[in-house]
Design a protein around this ligand. Structure first.
Ligand code: MLT
Length: 265
């Protein structure tokens, strides 16, 4: 489905199921389709809204300087466009988690609960910023395909690599469909995002922090740091999963989210 936001940008999204609303924000450089397993399971009890974030999938790109704040405001604008006035559960994986934290800062009144998966609160280090520059240069030469080949060794865990090569293919297919412009702008937005650590104490909604035990991009230590920062946050490990834990271990991931959602009811 497609909707046009107030600034004229078209946003592609999936809207499935009925019940309290939950919005799911995808990782870089993927699209809403990465939530396929969770849309199926959570859609039995919830209205699941999964957008392609600005510059990805079928959605339009940035009109101004790329930022996580703009992507967070897009979520609020999307909810307005869909006439969702009640507070939502907002879940994001990795880049989606950065956007979810920006949303929590900018639109706290619209938040019922937070799910932060395989992500971190900290800003990029100088080394990480330099790596963003290298990836932007790589994308300009070889497109999204070049970027995903570089990232793939860290996207999934050993168990997925050895036992579920189809998951790697699904990630590769989704990533290579992205445009160079969308990938480069998201890299700039992630490079420039602020440190959310000082803000964690201000999060007052129930929060679930999830992480694959084999995640090396945003390892369990990052999840534990978020858990320490947000009062009452629950921490759930996804055994045998790497960074894209929701696709690597869909049943374990969905079960943890489902339990959390039930605890809110
Ligand atoms: C992601 O999965 O969204 C990215 O790995 C996040 C990042 O590069 O910081």
């Amino acid at each position: 489905m497609k909707v046009t936001l107030a600034d004229g940008t078209a946003i592609e999204y999936q809207d499935a199921g009925r019940g309290p609303p939950i919005v799911l924000l995808h990782a870089f450089p993927l699209a809403h389709a990465m939530w396929r397993p969770q849309i199926e399971v959570l859609g039995r009890s919830h209205r699941v809204i999964a957008p392609d974030q600005r510059g990805f999938g079928g959605s339009g790109g940035f009109r101004d300087a790329p930022s996580m704040n703009r992507m967070a405001d897009d979520v609020a604008d999307l909810l307005d466009a869909l006439l969702v006035a009640e507070p939502v559960v907002l879940g994001g994986l990795s880049m989606g988690g950065y956007v979810a934290l920006a949303f929590a800062r900018r639109h706290p009144e619209r938040l019922r609960a937070l799910i932060l998966a395989d992500t971190r609160a900290e800003a990029d280090t100088d080394e990480a910023k330099a790596n963003r520059e290298r990836l932007i240069a790589l994308a300009e030469r070889h497109g999204a395909a070049g970027v995903i080949e570089q990232m793939m060794p860290k996207m999934v865990g050993d168990e997925t690599r050895s036992q579920r090569p189809e998951v790697i293919e699904e990630i590769r297919k989704m990533a290579t469909a992205q445009t160079t412009e969308g990938v480069c702008n998201a890299l700039r937005a992630m490079r420039d995002r602020p440190d959310s650590t000082p803000f964690l104490g201000a999060v007052k909604v129930p929060t679930l922090v999830l992480v694959g035990t084999e995640d090396t991009l945003t390892p369990p230590a990052n999840a534990e740091a978020i858990g320490r920062g947000i009062a009452g946050a629950r921490l759930a490990m996804v055994p045998g999963a790497g960074h894209i834990s929701n696709l690597e271990k869909p049943a374990d991931f969905s079960r943890a989210v489902d339990e959390f959602l039930r605890s809110l009811a």
